[in-house]
Structures are given as structure tokens and as C-alpha cells.
Design a protein around this ligand. Structure first.
Ligand SMILES: [Zn+2]
Length: 415
């Protein structure tokens, strides 16, 4: 909350609250000097994020007043920066991309999408380094699984035990009979409905997954055993079948209309295929157009960003592809915007934050008679995604015209 006040004092120094606080707390100095004293007091926290600090001491008799003093036109003044900063800071500065257009200096908060400070973002930043999340690998894979959002939502609710199965309702003093409405043999828990119930067993056995991890004693354990070791396709099926079992159970309870066990499996499979088809349709384009898919991939260990783009005609025939990699601390979404700029053959030694890049993209795209950009789901962007991820190795980088590289041939045939 104090951070919010500070942000407002910096950006609106003539507001009433800024003037009152200045009169009360730092009447003889600037807010930033006062802030610096506070930063020193919290140096222990900032040591956890050393990349936020400029480590070079201020040079004596420094006459620089704005960031533009470190630039020549739209490029960094590398010789001046080399004189003023140590190697680490020089490298950080030169890795900051610059915009194609000029903008005045402004305060930006690195951890918010629009660079505006908020208490929520500051809190997330401060706790992120200290929080150890149990099972983070599972959750990371879980949220990346390619299934409809409502299926993910149901499975997440099941895993955090908030799905209103009968035994949970009874534990919360709702007067219900907690026996399973499908088999009438055991208490209806979420583990029973999705795994242990004979009906669930039949459903799983009619799928290619057999009956995964049936001996687990909790849904979390079952999920860890069955989901983490499954292939991407099987992981999607596990979530789809889980959702379909609960959907069928609701139909039995509320409509007295249940499917057969194999019918539940095929319903899950059909729904998944329909959803994938709907995602793929969004990438189609009409005759006379060409389609350019782009993607970027971050390798945080190497501090490198891979990018890939593929150009196809309206019938999906391959025209050209490009993949490459550069070292940067840039966010993935910025790299994707840079890629839009770079595929227009404009030389870029310098880049800037996301909003400025979008302006540059719009400027460049306006030079075409007719061009439009649209977001497509990752599941419909496989070719560009594979190009971007493989660009982290030298063998995955290059430009291909008319003949696609081997690692995307099968994907192009499928899409
Ligand atoms: Zn049952």
C-alpha cells in the first residue's frame, strides 16, 4: 500500500496528498532521496533480486539527466556506456531493446503487464522468491494440458476437494445419503467417483489407459501417479475422462439419465476432438491471403529467447520458415512482438517494453495494404511453437524456403 502512495507521489507530485506527505515526511529533500534511504533499509530483500540494482556507483560530475543522453538516435551510445558503467551493468543496459519511435522517460514497474505499480504485483514479487509450492511440477503440467478450460476447472476443483460429492456435503451437515448413486456399494467420495467405483473402473478399462493407479488412497496421490507419468495425449485423456465421469454422475443424480461406461469414454473423446477442431479452425484463412504463425520460447537457464515463424498459403501449403535465437532478458510476449517487426525485414538493434513494441508493430503492419493479427490458441500454433523451442540449439536455427525443415514436416501435414 505504501508502494502505491510512492508511485502516486512520483507520477503526480502536485496532487494534494503528495504535497501533504512531502510537507510531513521529507520537506527538505526529494522523495527519491527519501526513498533511497528506505531502499537501503530493505537491502536484504533487494539482495534476493540483484538484477534490479545498478551496481556501478554514480560517476563524479555526471551531467546525464535523461536516459536519452545514453543514446545516439535510436541506438545505445556503446562507448559512453562502456566509460560510465561496469561490465555487468553495461551488458544489462545494452540488452535493453529500444523502440523505433521516441518517448519521454517514465517510471515503469517491471512486474505488471502495463508497467503500472499495484500492491498486488508488489506482493507477488516479494513472496515469489520465498514460497515453496508443494507439487509445483504437477500444477505446472496440469495447467498446460490441452483440454477445454471447463475440464481443467473441474479437475482443479476435484484436486482441491471442493467438488460437492455426497460425502463432502454430509461432512458439511447437508442431510443427504452419502452412498454412491452409481454402484450403491460405497460412500461417494471424489476418489470413488473418478477411480474406485466399479462404473469408473469399467470406463477406464474401455479407454487405452487401462485403469491407472487404481490403488491410490487419495485423489492427489492418484493424480500424481497417473498424470505425471502419462504422455501428453494420455494426460489430456485422464482429465477428459475424469470430467466425463463427473458429468455422467450428475446426469444420473439430477436427470436419471446415465450412459454406459464405454459411452462415457467416447463422450469424453468426442468432446476433446470437437474442441481441438474448433481451435484449429481459428487458424484458417481465405484465398488470396498468406498466413504467418509466430511464437517465442524462453530458456531461462541460458537467458535466451528462441523465435520461430512459418508462412503458409490459404490451403496450408508451406511457403517459408525462419527460426533463430538471441540472448535477452526480454519477456516472451515482447519477443513475439519483436518477431512481427523482424519478419518485416527491419533492422533492429534496439527494442523496448511491450506497449512500445506493439506501436512499432502497428506502424510496420500499416505499410501493407491489408494485414491483420490475431491471437490463436497454443494448440493451433504447434508449428511455430516447435520452431521456437528448437531454435535454442544451432541445428534448429535457419531460414527455409519451399522445403520445410525435417522437424516440422509431420506437423505441417497434420495442421
Ligand atoms: Zn460407486
Amino acid at each position: 500500500m505504501l508502494g502505491n502512495q510512492g508511485w502516486n507521489i512520483i507520477n503526480r507530485p502536485h496532487s494534494l496528498v503528495a504535497r501533504v506527505l512531502k510537507a510531513r515526511y521529507f520537506p527538505t529533500t526529494s522523495f527519491l532521496k527519501h526513498l533511497w534511504a528506505t531502499i537501503l533499509a530493505f537491502y536484504g530483500v533487494l539482495k534476493e533480486a540483484p538484477d534490479l540494482l545498478v551496481s556501478t556507483p554514480p560517476p563524479p560530475n555526471c551531467t546525464l539527466s535523461v536516459i536519452a543522453d545514453l543514446m545516439i538516435g535510436y541506438r545505445w551510445n556503446e562507448s559512453l556506456i562502456a566509460q560510465l558503467f561496469n561490465d555487468r551493468d553495461r551488458s544489462c543496459i545494452l540488452n535493453i531493446p529500444l523502440s523505433l519511435s521516441s518517448h519521454p522517460d517514465a517510471w515503469c514497474w517491471k512486474f505488471a503487464s502495463k508497467s503500472h505499480y499495484s500492491v498486488k504485483n508488489a506482493y507477488r514479487f516479494l513472496v515469489a522468491g520465498f514460497r515453496h509450492r508443494e507439487g509445483s511440477e504437477i500444477w505446472s503440467r496440469f495447467w498446460k494440458t490441452k483440454v477445454p478450460p471447463k475440464v481443467l476447472n473441474f479437475c482443479w476443483r476435484a484436486l482441491v476437494n471442493v467438488v460437492p460429492c455426497l460425502s463432502l456435503l454430509q461432512s458439511r451437515r447437508v442431510p443427504v445419503d452419502s452412498m454412491c448413486p452409481l454402484c450403491h456399494e460405497a460412500l461417494e467420495t471424489i476418489l470413488h467417483i473418478l477411480v474406485q467405483c466399479p462404473f469408473a473402473r469399467s470406463c477406464w478399462l474401455s479407454s487405452p489407459l487401462s485403469w491407472p493407479a487404481f490403488s491410490a488412497v487419495s485423489l492427489r496421490e492418484w493424480f500424481s501417479l497417473a498424470f505425471l507419468t502419462a504422455s501428453a495425449e494420455n494426460a489430456s485423456l485422464i482429465l477428459m475422462i475424469s470430467w466425463a465421469l463427473w458429468h455422467n454422475r450428475n446426469n444420473v443424480v439430477w436427470k436419471a439419465q446415465g450412459r454406459t461406461a464405454s459411452g462415457v469414454f467416447f463422450m469424453a473423446l468426442n468432446f476433446l476432438q470437437q474442441w481441438r477442431g474448433a481451435c484449429s479452425d481459428s487458424t484458417s484463412c481465405t484465398n488470396g491471403w498468406i498466413k504467418v504463425n509466430i511464437d517465442a520460447s524462453l530458456n531461462s537457464q541460458r537467458s535466451s529467447l528462441g523465435f520461430g515463424c512459418v508462412v503458409r498459403d490459404a490451403n496450408g501449403r508451406f511457403i517459408a520458415a525462419k527460426a533463430g535465437c538471441f540472448c535477452s532478458q526480454m519477456e516472451v510476449k515482447c519477443a513475439e512482438a519483436v518477431l512481427i517487426v523482424s519478419i518485416n525485414n527491419v533492422s533492429l538493434d534496439d527494442l523496448s517494453p511491450f506497449g512500445l513494441l506493439i506501436q512499432d508493430c502497428k506502424l510496420l503492419l500499416s505499410s501493407y495494404e491489408d494485414a491483420r493479427c490475431s491471437f490463436i490458441h497454443r494448440s493451433a500454433n504447434d508449428v511455430a511453437h516447435v520452431l521456437a523451442t528448437s531454435a535454442h540449439s544451432e541445428s534448429g536455427q535457419g531460414v527455409w524456403v519451399h522445403i520445410p525443415p525435417p522437424h516440422i514436416v509431420s506437423l505441417i501435414a497434420l495442421s
